[in-house]
Design a binder for this molecule. Structure first.
Ligand code: F6P
Length: 318
């Protein structure tokens, strides 16, 4: 099952889970539309051939949803009945913290074996250095910002580029460094509007004719990119400012090789962990090994960003 925001690599993970089941001669059933489909019994038997030609596809062939009904005890009871009717006795859930919170509650209430695979472009899950889709999203965003830079420099403009990341600045920080942004605004650090203006002034004085400021959607300054533009317009007439909100294009596209390999490894580990009787864990990449982390730790733990990158960015934007 895939649930929550989709991410490139989810299909590669579905393929891996299905083929690992086939390898071990276990029946495998795909659940459509996340917990919504579980509640409705929207299931389809899958075999090794059902997942042909999807390793390179973005999105998720099983579709995804954010289910409100599964947050209710009645919804979860109905889901349990549907799973039992279909003789489903273990679950691999691919998604983010919302998906894992649901899985944990379900496991507690019905003692239902569950293993999570982290799939979200935000990379905001504890217990894995990389979530599925994160690497692909970084490459997609760097590519988009490279293009924005072409037009920014042609017109000597300042661009505020908003990238995804509600609670963490992994995407903003890495693409900021990778695409050579002059400033990076993230949820983990309050740069402050004064420092932003000061930095933009310095940038201008140092002879730069165009600038890119990458802003995570959950940035701590608390202003969205349009408000930031207004603020700079009012306080720095020397800049001509434009805004670009990259939005959901960041979630699409063919997964990178890294995400395909990671998904394949995680799917194998998820199924084989269930076969070993393990439950209530998430599989994750730690020091290049696929390890298990208890789901509650994965949900409650904080996925730390690499603050050293902020310093690198400061030095690079000199
Ligand atoms: O969690 C992944 C994510 O893409 C976030 O970065 C973003 O804030 C959110 O999903 C958008 O959700 P939706 O597609 O439901 O608008």
């Amino acid at each position: 099952m895939t649930s929550g925001g989709d991410a490139p690599g989810m299909n590669a993970a579905i393929r891996s889970v299905v083929r690992t089941c086939a390898f071990h001669e276990i029946e495998c059933v795909g659940i459509y539309r996340g917990y919504e489909g579980m509640i409705e019994g929207d299931f389809k038997a899958m075999n090794a051939r059902s997942v042909k030609g999807i390793i390179n596809k973005g999105g998720t062939v099983l579709k995804s949803a954010r289910s409100k009904t599964f947050r209710t005890a009645e919804g979860r009871q109905q889901a349990y009945e549907k799973l039992t009717e279909a003789n489903i006795d273990a679950l691999v859930t691919i998604g983010g913290d919302g998906t894992f919170t649901g899985a944990m509650i379900f496991n507690k209430e019905f003692d239902f074996p569950v293993i999570g695979i982290p799939g979200t472009i935000d990379n905001d899950i504890y217990g894995t250095s990389h979530t599925l889709g994160y690497d692909t999203a970084l490459n997609t965003v760097v590519d988009a910002i490279d293009k924005i830079r072409d037009t920014a420099s042609s017109h000597n403009r300042l661009f505020f580029v908003e990238v995804m990341g509600r609670d963490v600045g992994h995407i903003a920080l890495n693409v900021g460094v990778g695409a050579g942004a002059e400033e990076i605004l993230i949820p983990e650090e309050d740069l402050g509007l004064d420092r932003l203006l000061e930095s933009l002034r310095r940038s201008k004085q140092s002879g730069k004719s165009s600038s890119i400021v990458v802003v995570a959607e959950g940035d701590k300054i608390g202003k969205n990119v349009f408000e930031l533009k207004d603020y700079v317009d009012e306080n720095m007439s020397e800049y001509e400012v434009r805004v670009s909100v990259l939005g959901h294009m960041q979630r699409g596209g063919s997964p990178s090789c890294f995400d395909r390999v990671l998904a394949s490894r995680m799917g194998v580990k998820a199924v084989e962990s269930l076969l070993e009787g393990k439950t209530n864990y998430m599989v994750g990449l730690i020091s290049d090994k696929i390890e298990l982390t208890p789901l509650d730790k994965a949900v409650k733990g904080k996925s730390e960003i690499n603050m050293e990158l902020l310093r690198v960015s400061d030095i690079m934007s000199t």
